[in-house]
Design a protein around this ligand. Structure first.
Ligand SMILES: NC(=O)C1=CN([C@@H]2O[C@H](COP(=O)(O)OP(=O)(O)OC[C@H]3O[C@@H](n4cnc5c(N)ncnc54)[C@H](O)[C@@H]3O)[C@@H](O)[C@H]2O)C=CC1
Length: 464
């Protein structure tokens, strides 16, 4: 994911879920009018047989069925139609300029309706607002692409387990979200728009609930992980090695969320800075950013022996081992962490593929992991590491100056390569653009998830 180091990974409460008749005809909107409860366990949406409201209630927690309608046959969850998607996008476009007011109103409604839910959120709610809206935009962006939507929402549903989110929380969220939209989407709100939102949130919540229920059968909601080493590489960058309390399966290139004891319920994303290791430890690179609570604590306060909590692994920036294509990897700043993991993954897989890593930082001193990368280069003849530092900075032998995306364009042709990009959002945008210009097709480019890039910018990234 982009902006991993300071991305607030706290509940987005993005699902508004309601079972229903699929027509939207008698789905309630607005706070105070309960919506049907989603099923609390995995659903087979492909099943052709009808579900019934009573069956849904039977699977739901005891307090969730009181307002359910009488048992009537209902079809499986119906996704939004093409027209729905258009209506949803229009609503989102209208509320974008007042997104902070919409989300503020949403949370006010939610905590008024169910004060107990406040405990799931961190003490300071300010950035939570961006988080909700960003998740909405991402879901809306993927609305026409069921596979991408399901993957995104499944990660979100699994990730919500660590907050204590349960299936029975979703109806309240859905009602309050519709209530907030009703209030602020003056021009685009209509019965049809409401139906579209209800249908979309039925699907969103059911995917999240299904993924969480499925995950519960095989994984803990979170892991305790003790810091076993803490190495300060620059005044504001540290490399931490953690030992999880239980086996922690993940893939090179993925990332996770981390909570410190000092900021309860405030989570940040970090990539694994290495492929899975034989001793089961996990390594992270953390840069303290101004006003970054978690990153500041991890760099300046954390010590060996401290215990952190980590969420499940997520992300799709993984090596495609089904091809012999080379790998052209762009790592900016601490974005080098998952790139190093990808290199180790290629090494372990054992098939010779060319790997070129462009590792950028503002200054020579900020190339805090260059020695490790050069060591890997010496060990593997198929690997070339190209340090890149900002214009005007002294540079180590054979290094390049400028920004990473420009550096690859000046360094050769890259047909026959797959692209991997990790770093700050601006670098991801221009990095993807540069890879496209270098002749690498969009479907051969992987980068940290769109989640923390504004979904309004994402279509440009995706070449849509
Ligand atoms: N800690 C982690 O596990 C990971 C962190 N990240 C993200 O990577 C970023 C690292 O931040 P810093 O180390 O402060 O990096 P930075 O802001 O100093 O940038 C590093 C390099 O990236 C390139 N770059 C930056 N902005 C660019 C732009 N707009 N266009 C073209 N190239 C650009 C330049 O070559 C620059 O020297 C953060 O946003 C962090 O969230 C990404 C993946 C993993």
């Amino acid at each position: 994911m982009t902006t991993m180091s300071e991305d607030r990974d706290i509940p987005v409460s993005g699902g508004g879920p309601h079972g229903g008749d699929g027509t939207g005809g008698h789905w309630s909107a607005g706070p105070g009018r309960p919506l049907p409860t989603p099923a609390s366990g995995p659903q087979d949406r492909s099943a052709s047989g009808p579900r019934t409201a009573s069956a849904t209630s039977a699977e739901a927690p005891p307090d969730a069925g009181a307002t359910d309608p009488p048992p009537v046959p209902v079809p499986p969850v119906a996704g939004p139609t093409g027209e729905d998607i258009e209506l949803i996008r229009r609503t989102l476009a209208e509320i974008k300029p007042v997104a902070d007011k919409v989300t503020g109103h949403f949370y006010a409604l939610l905590f008024l309706r169910d004060p107990g839910l406040r405990d799931l959120f961190p003490a300071a709610m300010d950035t939570q607002r961006d988080r909700l809206f960003s998740a909405l935009l991402t879901a809306a962006r993927h609305a026409g692409d069921p596979a991408a939507l399901t993957a995104y929402l499944s990660d979100l549903g699994r990730g919500h387990r660590k907050y204590g989110t349960r299936a029975e929380h979703y109806p309240a969220v859905g009602e309050c979200l519709i209530g907030a939209l009703t209030r602020y989407a003056h021009h685009t709100w209509s019965p049809a728009a409401e139906t579209a939102w209800v249908r979309a949130y039925t699907l969103i919540s059911q995917i999240m609930i299904d993924a969480a229920a499925e995950d519960e059968r095989r994984s803990p909601a979170s892991w305790q992980a003790e810091i076993v080493s803490h190495e300060r590489r620059t005044p504001d960058t540290a490399v931490l090695r953690l030992r999880p309390d239980q086996p922690y399966p993940f893939r090179a290139g993925q990332y996770t969320s981390v909570e410190t004891p000092w900021w309860p319920r405030v989570w940040r994303h970090y990539s694994f800075a290495g492929a899975p290791s034989a001793d089961g430890t996990l390594t992270f690179h953390v840069k303290a950013v101004p006003a970054g609570w978690v990153s500041g604590a991890l760099v300046h306060r954390a010590r060996p022996g401290d215990v952190l909590r980590i969420g499940p692994p997520v992300g799709n920036m993984i090596v495609d081992h089904s091809t012999d294509n080379g790998l052209l990897c762009l790592g900016g700043g601490t974005g080098i962490a998952p790139i190093k993991a990808l290199v180790e993954d290629v090494a372990e897989y054992g098939r010779r593929r060319l790997v070129d890593v462009f590792y950028g930082a503002r200054t020579d001193q900020e190339l805090y992991d260059l020695e490790t990368m050069l060591r890997l280069e010496r060990a593997h003849p198929w690997l070339s590491v190209h340090p890149v530092v900002g214009d005007g900075c002294p540079v180590r032998a054979a290094g390049l100056t400028g920004q990473v995306p420009d550096a690859i364009l000046g360094a050769g042709t890259w047909t026959g390569y797959d692209g991997y990009v990790s770093g700050p959002p601006g670098m991801i945008r221009s990095g993807v653009h540069a890879l496209r210009r270098a002749g690498i097709p969009q479907d051969r480019i992987r980068h940290d998830s769109f989640e923390t890039i504004s979904a309004f910018q994402a279509p440009a990234l995706a070449g849509e």
